[in-house]
Unconditional design. Structure first.
Length: 260
């Protein structure tokens, strides 16, 4: 299976997860991103032993888009610290049923996960086991009764975007779990990991990994920037030469991908 690479060096790996692939293996025995990438690196680099690859975050199985992995334990530790300190920023594109009255808003709820059914629900503050969930959204476009939203996560709770948007009456297109009343079986959920912004674990440069979904299905109703995937690098103290030295790795990866 071909997994598109956005950026890779000795410390981290940023890729595009295809929809309907597990982030990490489970009891189903189905292929997952972590195992696929470990095997790819092992074969490509002719590594005799086990390959280290740190899983920093997950995407729900039906969701595609940007994922970042750590290639060393030091990188994993530093990137995990960024996640805890909320410096690891994640942005999504989503298509919902309806047109929200508020074009921009911040949603704050308390979510409780039922581990037996693997579902999440909005509950009252103070409910035992509930976790605070915060996101903000902006309506970018709308067409034929659907809206394209840009969503920024402030917290990282299971099924957070799907549950919070459904709770205010705008379930995601294709979400069979939290929008079963308005969605049909077989529809692909319209949720995409659009951006991840973090600091490089070694060089301390700010990295922004960007990806857009293919303009087909429900996504074709909207004007998306179809530049594919890319990486931008920012560091206020870096000279242009320093930035170019790091971004050159991306250029090499793109050339290699194009030639195969």
């Amino acid at each position: 299976m071909e997994i598109p690479v956005i950026f890779e060096d000795n410390h981290l790996l940023a890729v595009i997860k295809p929809p309907n692939i597990l982030s990490q293996g489970d009891n189903s025995g189905d292929k997952d991103m972590l195992s696929i990438l470990k095997e790819k690196i092992k074969t490509r680099d002719n590594k005799p032993g086990n390959v280290y690859l740190g899983l920093l975050h997950r995407l729900d199985r039906p969701v595609g888009g940007v994922m970042v992995f750590a290639k060393t334990s030091k990188s994993a530790s530093r990137l995990s610290a960024q996640i805890r300190e909320r410096e690891f920023k994640k942005g999504y594109l989503a298509v919902v049923h309806g047109v929200p009255e508020k074009k921009k808003d911040i949603l704050e709820n308390y979510l409780l996960k039922n581990r037996k059914t693997n579902t999440v629900s909005v509950v009252d503050k103070g409910t035992e086991g509930a976790q605070k969930a915060v996101l903000d959204y902006e309506v970018l476009d709308y067409s034929d009764g659907y809206s394209l939203l840009k969503v920024n996560l402030h917290t990282g709770r299971p099924h957070q975007i799907r549950v919070q948007l459904a709770a205010i009456g705008y379930p995601l297109y294709g979400d069979q779990r939290y929008g079963y009343r308005v969605n049909k079986k077989g529809q692909q959920i319209a949720l995409w990991s659009h951006t991840i912004t973090c600091k490089h674990p070694i060089f301390n440069a700010e990295l922004s990994f960007i990806s857009y979904p293919a303009k087909r299905g429900i996504w074709s109703k909207f004007e998306l920037e179809q530049a594919g995937q890319g990486c931008t690098i920012f560091h206020e103290d870096w000279t242009p030469e320093q930035r170019n030295a790091l971004s050159e790795k991306l250029i090499i990866i793109k050339k290699q991908k194009t030639s195969t």
